[in-house]
Structures are given as structure tokens and as C-alpha cells.
Design a protein around this ligand. Sequence first.
Ligand code: ADP
Ligand code: MG
Length: 299
Amino acid sequence: MSALLELDACCKVYKVGAFGKKQLAAVRDVTFDLRAGEVVSLIGESGSGKSTIGKMILRLSPVTRGTISFEGQDIASFQHGRLKDYYRHVQGVFQDPFSSYNPIFKADRVFKLIREAYFPHARDGEWRTKIEGALEDVGLNPGDVLHKYPHQLSGGQLQRLLIARALLLDIKLLVADEVISMLDASTRIDVLNLLGELKTRGLGILFITHDLSLGNYISDRTIILRHGAMVEAGATARVFGNPQHAYTKMLLDSVPQLHSKWTPTPPDERARRVSEEDLEAAPIVIIDEDHIAAIGRPE
Ligand code: ADP
Ligand code: MG
């Protein structure tokens, strides 16, 4: 089966500094694909280029080099009607749900733009039925959320409303950029499980997170990014179960374990520092079926 989304050697260089004379390589040669019904996690620390990748996929920021294809077509070529059609299939949901709402309007106003752009001929009753269906799909009771102001709803409800908005369209790919990060612990699992349900319905999801445990919970495949480059990628069980790159190991070591208490690190362990050289992305080598790492083993 061919991929829904394919990134081939994607790079993003931002011009920075007072006169835009300096360059910052935010994304370096990122290559991966995502199939229908698959959740791929993009994991990395803050500033590793995750959101930039999401924005390039959503055509909110152009690629500097490389290509992004959707169903085999280069998305850079999409114009007007074809671009609108692309957004019918590909939508993004972002970190801070509150920033997607205007506090002076009722929360369900976020559906209005979709109606105007994609369903201008829908009658009121028909539209209401469609919204109610989408709300039920994300586990919201229409009566609880419609006609409320954003401040009357929780972060989890607002996030689910945004996912419901995406579901009004015929979406095939959802770019979820840190959608769980700002939610309270009690609503996090609901939104996470909702993404799991959408996946079983055939939706492809790019799950962007800095949180390894979230990535492990939800994704089929995992990509570990550092300074804009892939250091390791593959089936989630393999990347988490048999990490190869020093950076992946370091990230995994730094996750606190739920069932153990903090204990002081023995001095000899503290001395065993990972060198900057080890953390860099070397040429990619194949570790196993569906598992690669940038460890550049000599041949
Ligand atoms: P992440 O989402 O992993 O935290 P980002 O993709 O937001 O990372 O940022 C990657 C790098 O690119 C960071 O160094 C960030 O400062 C820089 N960056 C992001 N957006 C811009 C921009 N619009 N202009 C210049 N630099 C940017
Ligand atoms: Mg980000």
C-alpha cells in the first residue's frame, strides 16, 4: 500500500538575525512516510524542529529543499482549488486550544469558517445534524458545549471541539502538534484515546510531542529528532525497546519511572557523560527491519 504522506529529504532554513543574514537549519534532511490508519510520533526536545515539520506539511511554511507528497503528489504544486481540496483531507490541531478561539465569541463559531468554505449550500438543520455527529464522534455532548463561551469549557473540551471541526471535513491525515501537552492529567487520556479511535477508523495521524511516554502509548512508528535531524526511527516497539542512538537512550533514561522513587545517582555514573559527538546524527544505518539510526557504523 502506498503512503498517504511522504517526506523526502526535507530541509527548512530560516533566515534570522537583524537583516536576515544568518541562517538557521531548523529541519535537516528529514525523510519518512505515514500510511492510512497509522500513528507516527515525531519526538524531540523543544526547538528540535517538530512544529516546523508540521507547518511544512500543512503548507503554512514552504520547504527550503526536499519534497512533501500527499497521495503521491508534491504538495508544493497545489494551488487554489487543489490546495483547498488538500485541506479537506489534511488538517492540523495545535498545542494551545485557547489560542484557537476568540474569547468574545461562542466556541462553536470555529465551525463557521468550515461551513463558509466547504459547505456554503448546507441548510441550517442539515448543518446542525452534521456538527452534532462530529461532536458525538469526539465524545462531546452537543448540549454541553454548543453556545458556550471558550472560558466556560475545559482545555480538553476545546481541543476535542477542534478535532470535531477537522472531522466535518473528509480528513485522511491529522497533524496533532502537542495537542495533549497543555491539558490537565484527567483529560489527557481522553484526548489520547480519541486519537486512538480515529486511527482505527483509518485516519493517519502525525503525533508531535516532546513527551516520550505519550509517543510510546499511541504510536505505531516513532521518529526521534535532534537539532532538526532524525537520529532514530522505526517501529515504536523497536525504538523504545532497543534504542541504538546515544540521544534516544539519553531521552529514555531521563523519563521518571512511575513505580520507582528518586535515588541519588552514584558518582561513577554521573561521570559517565554522553559526549556531544555521540549525540550528533551520523549517517543512517539499518538496524533491523523497520528500525534505522543515525549512528554511522563503519563498514
Ligand atoms: P519544536 O516544535 O521542536 O519546539 P520548532 O520547529 O518550533 O521546534 O523550531 C525549530 C527551530 O527553528 C528553533 O530553533 C526555532 O527557534 C526556529 N524557528 C521556528 N520558527 C521560526 C521562524 N518563524 N523564524 C526563525 N526561526 C524559527
Ligand atoms: Mg513545537
